[in-house]
Design a protein around this ligand. Structure first.
Ligand code: AMP
Ligand code: MG
Length: 471
């Protein structure tokens, strides 16, 4: 076989209660849909045989050096504590150490594990391609994220509301350690396991930190930076449960996530988010909530519990101001400002209010601020014109606001109606829209005439109102 993956499996060397050794369950007829060669290069993986890739990334052949395992974790789901979750449909093959450093290679949809509970351990083609496209688009947008290395059809059907084609996604992450990975050990009062995971996470992600509080601060900073990046492109994660919150600060778990078309701060797409807990503009508060759960799990590691609670409380209370500072900088850049002045915050929020009132397209409004066409996004352009005069007065001393706008605001995002159309086509065996969408989204800051259709907001009849979990 002509596939070489340079494995070094450090997670498998952690205490045994943190995972279960588990081989992927083979599938009937693996067929490669996509393999991300440029990512493979970055990982140090060499491959030149599609048949070998299909076998390995479907889980039918365990590559040399892998130690397949399912990780244990718990989590708060929509605010409710669930004492045991874990990889119920995913298997970590191991970690590669290549040019970009240590990365997890995980098969998602690889069959049942000890953590599957009632599930079948499988994934269907739709969510696999959705995650492939959106996670790679996020990477191209410069947003920390897990990546997609491969997608394989299984030749089996998966029963959901109906019989659907099965698939396996190979996910690459700088690790799969979640807030919930700490929570499960703290809840079980497994101090040895907790300490081992903490030391491992420090070493792997934040070696500069010297204490659990410094570690919390580092994770919170990464999460604050992440959520502001989400807000700045109109991304709604959809299931920000603590088990879907990575210590590394990468976006993880592309379930019912979606990008907004017309701007509204309380937008929700997920079919199961009835309370709007994970609405677009609630996301910063949820990060703080999740970091409070991480802090709670780290308290037992501190020598003096009372001091620990006081220090962690102060650290968590500092997060909202940090997010606000990052937000101000990000949204200033979106309107072309590189410095900050009194009044900028109002300038930004007034634009957002105008956009919300008029249902202006989030992506295209910001992008066209550079070309003078933004007023076309508003059905009452006069209100926009008044705002734009304020911006003009403000930008006079600035250096090249147009260049800042074009470098900050993408021309193209994965719009829901295009993602859904791509899934419908693929379910019928046509993968051309999948490949086209991937290509279009790989250079999001360029305007390319051949993909202009993919930059258009949906017509009324094309609108996607709901998205579903990736199970
Ligand atoms: P998620 O919604 O992807 O964050 O998943 C939440 C939990 O449900 C995790 O423990 C998953 O492993 C588990 N899960 C989701 N789908 C399946 C499935 N088809 N089979 C088994 N477990 C699943
Ligand atoms: Mg999850």
């Amino acid at each position: 076989m002509t596939l070489n993956i340079p494995f070094d499996n450090s997670y498998a060397r952690l205490p045994a209660q943190l995972f279960s050794l588990q081989n992927p369950v083979p599938v009937k007829a693996p067929k490669l849909i996509a393999f991300n060669h440029s990512l493979a290069n970055d990982l140090g993986i060499t491959a030149d045989d599609d048949e070998a890739l299909a076998q390995v990334f479907a889980g039918n052949q365990t590559p040399d050096g892998a130690t397949p395992l399912a990780q244990l974790y718990a989590g708060h789901q929509f605010g409710h504590w669930n004492p045991q979750l874990g990889d119920g449909r995913a298997v970590l093959l191991g970690e590669t150490v290549g040019p970009i450093g240590r990365r997890d290679i995980q098969l998602k949809g690889a069959g049942r594990t000890p953590y599957s509970r009632g599930g079948d351990g499988r994934a269907w083609l739709g969510p696999v391609l959705r995650e492939y496209v959106i996670s790679e688009a996020m990477h191209a947008l410069g947003i920390p994220t897990t990546r997609a290395l491969a997608a394989v059809e299984t030749g089996e059907t998966v029963i959901r509301e109906r019989a659907l084609p099965g698939a396996v996604l190979t996910r690459v992450a700088s690790s799969h350690i979640r807030v919930g990975s700490f929570q499960v050990l703290a809840a079980r009062k497994d101090l040895d396991g907790l300490r081992a995971l903490y030391e491992y996470a420090v070493d792997r992600h934040y070696p500069q930190t010297q204490s659990p509080v410094e570690f919390l601060n580092a994770v919170a900073t990464a999460q604050a930076e992440l959520v502001v990046k989400w807000l700045s492109v109109g991304f709604i994660h959809g299931v920000m449960n603590t088990d879907n919150c990575a210590i590394s600060g990468e976006t993880i778990d592309y379930g019912p996530c979606a990008f907004m078309d017309d701007f509204h701060p309380m937008t929700v797409f997920s079919s199961i988010d009835h309370q709007r807990r994970y609405a677009y503009s609630n996301q910063p508060d949820i990060i703080v909530w999740n970091m409070a759960q991480l802090a709670t799990s780290l308290v037992p590691l501190m020598p003096d519990q009372d001091d620990a609670v006081a220090s962690f409380t102060a650290a968590v209370h500092a997060i909202p101001a940090q997010i606000q500072r990052l937000w101000n900088a990000a949204f200033s850049a979106k309107i072309g400002l590189q410095s900050s002045q009194e009044g900028d915050h109002a300038l930004i929020t007034d634009l957002l209010e105008l956009m919300a009132n008029q249902g202006a397209d989030f992506t295209n409004t910001f992008r066209t601020l550079a070309t003078g066409k933004a007023r076309d996004q508003f059905h009452d352009p006069l209100a926009f014109d008044i705002w734009h005069e304020r911006l003009q007065r403000r930008v006079v001393p600035e250096a090249d606001p147009k260049a800042v706008i074009l470098a900050t605001n993408p021309a193209i995002i994965p719009r829901n109606h295009h993602v859904e159309a791509m899934i419908v086509a693929a379910t019928d065996g046509n993968f051309a829209p999948f490949h086209r969408l991937n290509d279009a989204l790989s250079r999001p800051f360029e305007e390319r005439s051949e993909v202009i259709d993919l930059t258009q907001p949906p017509q009324q009849n094309e609108r996607v109102h709901q998205t579903f979990c990736g199970t």
